[in-house]
Every structure is written in structure tokens, then in C-alpha cells.
Ligand binder design. Structure first.
Ligand SMILES: [Fe+2]
Ligand SMILES: [Fe+2]
Ligand SMILES: [Fe+2]
Length: 433
């Protein structure tokens, strides 16, 4: 471990309120959410992060590189957008020219604070011999991630711990010469000698254990960077599907405008924007064949789809300081009369922020352009919202505020979604093969 605990940065928002979270804690939680996508992934990102952490400690990596490595590990396969790509990445002999590494690097590079992790992700399937940096005696973080990733895919809880550890050591040692950096291999042998290393990877509290381990690592975020991180993750979620590539940007804009019009304290307006960016984070756990299914969903598929706010809640609630963001983001499909999902909450359970988010989500979904249809005219949207108020599903004050300022709120929404669309097109162009 880096044994000098650094203070968790206090994050002032609009000079008024203070949001205190540790971004690394958030990243570990996202890492677990990514792997709910398919049972075969069994905490792959989380385990790769834990293994990377152990190897980095053995190598006494400096704190900045250590942090960049863990950010990269937590998100390393995020560029594998389809189920097929995600599962292909679990093959031990994956080709080095893998496109998901390139796409993942491009995604991470969208966030200026993740430029270093982006380079690590881009190279995480490059064999050591093919490293562009020649034969460095000190391994780069990508070399550590490359080995951690391959160790993780060989983990098998159906075998005894000792048997699985022995098989993994053998498979790694028998890999093609030059595939892994020799110094990183030495670091792995050191970890592999210790039974605690293997036990840790089977621990049911791996997320919590890792979160407390990474808290001392520095990740310098100030003020608006928390909101910017939320925006970055909205791209990760939205770019999974061209149908919704800018949806969260629209929801964040509308939610923030409504919170301003309704006189929320300045700090809460930034939290509302952050919650808007993150409201569909749980969709990372939903297979894309369900998200993108052209026809009607089966009953089973509907229930999987409707689990996404639960995943949003589970992920965000693991982050200290995100209590309001968690509630506002995760309650966006709840309705005041109890007819919403996933929890069937009623008016007494839903605070004003949750009510704002529900209205922002519906307004954006109705008004935004989709590849297969135009946005609805504002008069129609207003009629739909009024109807939902009369059926006691949405808050009347929130809807009245929106209707009163609908033109200007919609202009801001369009601007925010146009900006997200440009980012999406840039990402698509850079990853086109
Ligand atoms: Fe990968
Ligand atoms: Fe991987
Ligand atoms: Fe949603």
C-alpha cells in the first residue's frame, strides 16, 4: 500500500456547498456495475483492479502511476460495447490487435483527467514484445494491467483455491515467451506465493475491501470536476447505444434548470446535474440485445430492463457523499401514485429532487430526437406531462414550472444534447475501422 494517507479533497460546488466524495471509491463501484452485464464476467473488472493493485504494490509503483493504473483497470473493457466483444475479451489468447482496447482508450480520453489511464487501456492487450516503448527495465502500467487481466480470466471458483492458483501460475508461466514483462511476472510470483492474495480474490467483500485500500491514493478533483466526471460517465452509458447517445446530457440539463427555477441551493443544483448525468448508470449492467431490441420486449426482458435504476442505486450508494445524487438518480422511474419502478415508492418516499428528475427524464425522452423518430412538439409534451399530473404520477408544481419556462428549458436541452452529439460523432470517427 501507499502508506501515506492523503486527505480526501473537499469539493466546493459553486462556492456554496461542499461535496466530498473520493472518485476512486466511485470508480470501484462502477467497475462492479460493468460486470453485472453477464454472469460469465463475475466481477472481472473488480478482480483485475484488485490484482493490478497487488502487483503495483509489489513493484512499489509511484502513487500517481498507481492511481492511473487502477482507474484504467476499473474501466479497461469499457470499449467492448457489445455482449459478443465483452465475452471475446475473456478468451486467454485474445489477439493483440483488439479493437475494444482502442475504443476504451478513446472513451477514457474524453475526460481530461483520465488521459494517462486512457493510454494504459489502449495498450492493455499489447504483448510486452510489441510494446512501443521498447524494452524498459521499469514496466509501464499497461504491462501490469495486461498481466492482471489475463490472471483474472483464469480465476475459477468451481475449483479449489489451491488447484486454481496452481493452474493459473502454470498457464501464465507457460505463456508465449515475451508476452508479459519479466518484472511484472516477478511481481505476480510474489503475490501468488501468498494465500491471502488468492483468498482476497474470492472475498464476498472485495468491493468494500478494495474501496478502503484505494482511498489513500490521490486523484486530484476540485469543484466542478465531480460534475465533469458525471458528464464523462454519461457518455460511457449513452454511447452504448446510438438510440440514446445523448439522452443523459439532456436530462442533466433539464434537471439542473428545473432545480434553479425551483430555487434549490446552488450546491444542490450541481448535484442535480450530476444525478442527471448518472441516472441511467445502471444501464451498464443491461445487455445491449435488450437495450437495442427493435421489437417489443418479453416479460423477462422488461424485468431486466427495469432493474437498471436498482443498479444505479447500488452503484452510487457505495460512494460516501453521494447520498442525494443516489436518491435523485435512482428514483427517476418512480411515480407519486406508487405505479413506478423498481420500488413502487409513493409520494411520501419521493423528495423534490426525485420528482424533478422524473419530470426531466420524461420531458427529455419525449422532446429529444431519436434516430428512428423526431422529437415530439412541445405542445404535445406539455399535454403528456399535464395528463401524468392529473393521474397523480408527477408533481404538479414541478410540471407547472417546466411548462411555464418550456421554451428556454428546451433550448438549453437542445444545446446540451448537440454538444454530446458532437462528442459522440468524434468518438465514432476515431474508432471507425
Ligand atoms: Fe480487454
Ligand atoms: Fe478484461
Ligand atoms: Fe432510466
Amino acid at each position: 500500500m501507499c502508506n501515506v494517507p492523503l486527505p480526501v479533497p473537499a469539493l466546493p460546488l459553486d462556492g456554496n456547498d461542499v461535496l466530498q466524495i473520493h472518485p476512486m471509491e466511485f470508480l470501484m463501484a462502477v467497475s462492479r456495475t460493468l460486470d453485472l452485464f453477464h454472469p460469465k464476467l463475475v466481477d472481472h473488472h473488480l478482480k483485475v483492479t484488485a490484482i493490478s493493485h497487488s502487483l503495483a504494490e509489489n513493484l512499489s509503483l509511484d502513487a500517481t502511476s498507481h492511481t492511473a493504473l487502477l482507474v484504467a483497470a476499473a474501466l479497461h473493457d469499457v470499449g467492448a460495447l457489445s455482449e459478443q466483444e465483452r465475452l471475446a475479451a475473456l478468451s486467454f489468447d485474445l489477439a493483440d490487435s483488439d479493437s475494444h482496447a482502442l475504443a476504451g482508450g478513446e472513451l477514457l480520453a474524453l475526460f481530461p483527467l483520465f488521459v494517462e489511464p486512457a493510454a494504459i487501456v489502449r495498450d492493455h492487450h499489447r504483448p510486452f514484445d510489441g510494446a512501443s516503448d521498447g524494452v524498459p527495465s521499469v514496466p509501464g502500467a499497461a504491462h501490469i494491467l495486461a498481466l492482471a487481466d489475463r490472471i483474472a480470466i483464469l480465476l475459477d471458483n468451481t475449483l479449489s483455491l489451491a488447484e486454481n492458483a496452481r493452474d493459473i501460475r502454470r498457464a501464465i508461466d507457460e505463456s508465449a515467451p515475451g508476452r508479459f514483462h519479466p518484472t511484472v511476472l516477478d511481481a505476480f510470483h510474489l503475490s501468488a506465493e501468498d494465500r491471502r492474495f488468492w483468498r482476497m480474490l474470492r472475498s464476498p467483500s472485495l468491493l468494500e475491501d478494495l474501496q478502503s485500500e484505494v482511498r489513500p491514493l490521490p486523484l486530484a478533483f476540485e469543484g466542478a470536476n465531480v460534475v465533469a466526471m458525471g458528464q464523462f460517465f454519461s457518455h460511457i452509458v449513452d454511447f452504448q447505444s446510438p438510440f440514446t447517445a445523448t439522452h443523459s446530457a439532456g436530462v442533466a440539463s433539464v434537471a439542473e434548470r428545473l432545480s434553479t427555477l425551483m430555487d434549490f441551493p446552488a450546491g444542490d443544483r450541481s448535484l442535480m446535474r450530476t444525478a442527471g448525468f448518472l441516472h441511467d448508470l445502471g444501464k451498464l449492467a443491461i445487455p445491449e440485445h435488450i437495450i437495442e431490441k427493435p421489437g417489443a420486449l418479453t416479460q423477462a426482458e422488461i424485468s431486466v430492463m427495469r432493474s437498471h435504476p436498482t443498479h444505479t442505486r447500488t452503484c452510487l450508494s457505495a460512494v460516501g457523499g453521494f447520498e442525494k445524487v443516489t436518491a435523485w438518480a435512482a428514483n427517476h422511474h418512480e411515480r407519486l401514485d406508487g405505479s413506478g419502478y423498481p420500488n413502487g415508492y409513493t409520494a411520501t418516499d419521493l423528495d423534490l429532487g426525485s420528482r424533478v428528475m422524473a419530470v426531466a427524464d420524461i420531458f427529455t425522452a419525449c422532446a429529444e430526437e431519436r434516430p428512428y423518430r423526431s422529437g415530439l412538439p412541445l405542445e404535445r409534451v406539455s399535454g403528456i406531462l399535464d395528463d401524468l399530473v392529473s393521474h397523480k404520477k408527477l408533481d404538479g408544481d414541478v410540471v407547472a414550472t417546466l411548462v411555464e419556462h418550456m421554451d428556454s428549458v428546451d433550448i438549453d436541452r437542445r444545446t446540451a444534447q448537440a454538444e454530446a452529439s458532437r462528442t459522440y460523432e468524434t468518438f465514432r470517427a476515431r474508432t471507425a475501422t
